[in-house]
Ligand binder design. Structure first.
Ligand SMILES: Nc1nc2c(ncn2[C@@H]2O[C@H](COP(=O)(O)OP(=O)(O)O)[C@@H](O)[C@H]2O)c(=O)[nH]1
Ligand SMILES: [Mg+2]
Length: 434
């Protein structure tokens, strides 16, 4: 039998704290109350909580009888006064009933294990909570409502059809209808294409979850940190006239038209003068390599230096935008038309820069993409590989094994076919109370 668990589910410091209790014995909470909320399920009732004759709090309580609750178990939710003292006293009183504090993500984990939601929807719960841009939230909400599951199930049904065709041909080689075998490559191909599309969408969708990584790169003193601050609208990075000021990588999130963007300010890339700067330059190069978009900053008020030219060459195969900063210092713009003219100082050109960053790498903003979770993308890639093996298999039973393998990887996404260890790892990353 599962323990009955409890945890505060609201952030510390509000006027009201929500405390959730889930498990078979959840309605034993009534032993602490002057009324029985389980008599009026799903109705918020006013209750006084006492322990050994001492008043704990005046609260509101609502009872959900299994299976019609978030976790699928009996649940009680208490709205108590928000102060830390009250919350501690209520939690202490709950402990006297033999309940235990919930682990991180345990409510949602139980919801998944009790079939209230599939694994991809459970994972989306945290994405909804963590979403810091409108598009990220939209996509997370769709996943919470089962968009990933629907997509995966339709690919699975193509594959189970293919598999029954293969099985029939193995079992009754003489009777195997030519049609069935002929249709096989077609249904495998259809599934392969669907998965391929999902992966591509997913790579773009990942941006919605984790932010578009934009690395601001350039030689020292061209105004990288000034640009970072101008885009952030705050003096986050230290700016001085002295080259080599920025040593470490600074990483901050902004939202451009609802798309989350992670701006990464880096040390100026040059032959470093000391150990700290050398490390900074190495980190800058690493940021450059892992970025979705490289923003290469040049100084419009000076001639291109050898360092600039090297960087232009080094980044020519990246998705990049070349920016000529300090446009306020020059009169005419006899400039390279591939570069964007800006001034971190006056703010000129910043809107144009933002739009070109989005145009280069952001997901289409009309519709949120289905898959955004790295784990799901990886599972799709494994499924794709298995299907390519199936298509190239010489023997029917090898093809059958490959298709089963692909189905196994797809099942890991929805949780229909997944290791307990994977499940634990997913919910460990949740917050307590969710
Ligand atoms: N006139 C002008 N000066 C700028 C502009 N952007 C940066 N600077 C100056 O250039 C110097 C170097 O700036 P900083 O942001 O530290 O460059 P970083 O080394 O590339 O990070 C500082 O003195 C800034 O005030 C700009 O758009 N116009
Ligand atoms: Mg700097």
């Amino acid at each position: 039998m599962e323990d009955t668990i409890y945890a505060p589910s609201s952030a510390v410091g509000g006027a009201i704290a929500v405390i959730r209790i889930s498990g078979e014995h959840a309605n034993r909470v009534r032993e602490l109350l002057n009324c029985d909320p389980s008599k009026t399920p799903r109705e918020l009732v006013h209750a006084k909580m006492t322990l050994n004759g001492e008043t704990i709090d005046d609260c509101m309580a609502v009872y959900f009888a299994a299976p019609k609750s978030y976790t699928g178990e009996n649940m009680m939710e208490l709205n108590v006064h928000g102060g830390a003292q009250t919350v501690q006293r209520v939690l202490g009183a709950l402990a006297t009933l033999g309940f235990r504090p919930a682990e991180a993500g345990e409510f949602t984990k139980r919801a998944f294990l009790n079939g209230k939601m599939d694994l991809s929807a459970a994972e989306a719960v945290m994405d909804v909570i963590n979403a810091d841009a409108e598009q990220s939230l939209k996509s997370a909400l769709q996943q919470l409502q089962g968009s990933v599951k629907r997509e995966i199930e339709s690919v699975e049904s193509l594959l189970t059809d293919a598999l029954s065709g293969i099985d029939a041909a193995i079992d009754y080689p003489d009777e195997a209808e030519a049609d069935t075998l002929e249709a096989l490559p077609e249904s495998l191909l259809a599934a392969t294409q669907r998965i391929d599309r999902l992966i591509n969408e997913g790579r773009r969708g990942r941006v919605l979850r984790d932010g578009l990584r934009v690395a601001i790169i350039g030689r020292p003193n061209v105004g990288k940190s000034s640009l970072m601050n101008a885009l952030l609208g705050s003096e986050r990075a230290i700016v001085t006239a002295h080259a080599g000021t920025t040593r470490d990588v600074i990483d901050e999130k902004i939202s451009i038209d609802g798309v989350p963007v992670r701006l990464i300010d880096t040390a100026g890339i040059r032959e470093a003068n000391d150990e700290a700067e050398r490390i900074g330059v190495n980190r800058a190069r690493a940021a450059l390599k892992s970025a979705d978009v490289v923003c290469l900053v040049l100084d419009a008020s000076e001639q291109l230096t050898t360092e600039d030219k090297t960087l232009l060459d080094e980044t020519k195969d990246e998705i990049r935008v070349v920016v000529l900063n300090k446009s306020d210092l020059i009169q005419s713009d006899n400039l390279n038309e591939n570069a964007i003219f800006i001034s971190a100082k006056t703010g000129a050109g910043l809107d144009e820069l933002k739009q070109s960053i989005l145009a280069l790498a952001a997901p289409e903003r009309t519709d949120a993409s289905t898959i955004t979770n790295e784990r799901h993308i990886r599972a799709l890639e494994l499924a794709l590989r298995a299907l390519r093996d199936a298509a190239g298999a010489e023997e029917l039973d090898c093809a059958a094994t490959d298709v089963k393998n692909a189905l196994h990887h797809l099942g890991a996404i929805t949780g229909a076919d997944v290791d307990a260890a994977v499940i634990d790892r997913i919910f460990e990353r949740f917050c307590v109370g969710k």
